[in-house]
Design a binder for this molecule. Structure first.
Ligand SMILES: [Zn+2]
Length: 109
């Protein structure tokens, strides 16, 4: 893709509908950024414009699908029962390991 044809990062984020998820790895790939730079940009946007928020999703260690529930802070996650969860995609049971089975994304407000 020609770099000149890329829309600005602002426009890219503006294009999301409220409630949709912005995936930092997709954002990074689109702009050819390092993943840490993508997170830095999105963190900065969350802090300044406040039109995107952190969201944590868990993923299944068997099929790697993201589970449907969204957590907005680590406390919400820690007060949830994370044992013996059943994956709605592959029907496997698992205990969540919050160190490895989570992804931080951003949700458009
Ligand atoms: Zn699964």
């Amino acid at each position: 893709m020609n770099k000149d044809s890329l829309i600005s990062k602002d426009e890219y984020i503006n294009g999301f509908k409220p409630g949709s998820i912005i995936y930092p790895n997709v954002f990074a790939r689109y702009y050819g950024l390092e993943i840490k730079d993508a997170y830095e940009y999105l963190d900065n946007r969350a802090n300044t414009k406040q039109d995107i928020v952190h969201v944590i999703e868990l993923h299944c260690p068997h099929c790697y699908h993201d589970l449907p529930h969204r957590y907005y802070n680590i406390n919400g996650l820690l007060t949830t029962n994370l044992k013996n969860i059943v994956c709605p995609f592959c029907d496997e049971f698992f205990d969540v390991d919050i160190n490895t089975n989570n992804c931080v994304y951003y949700e458009k407000r």
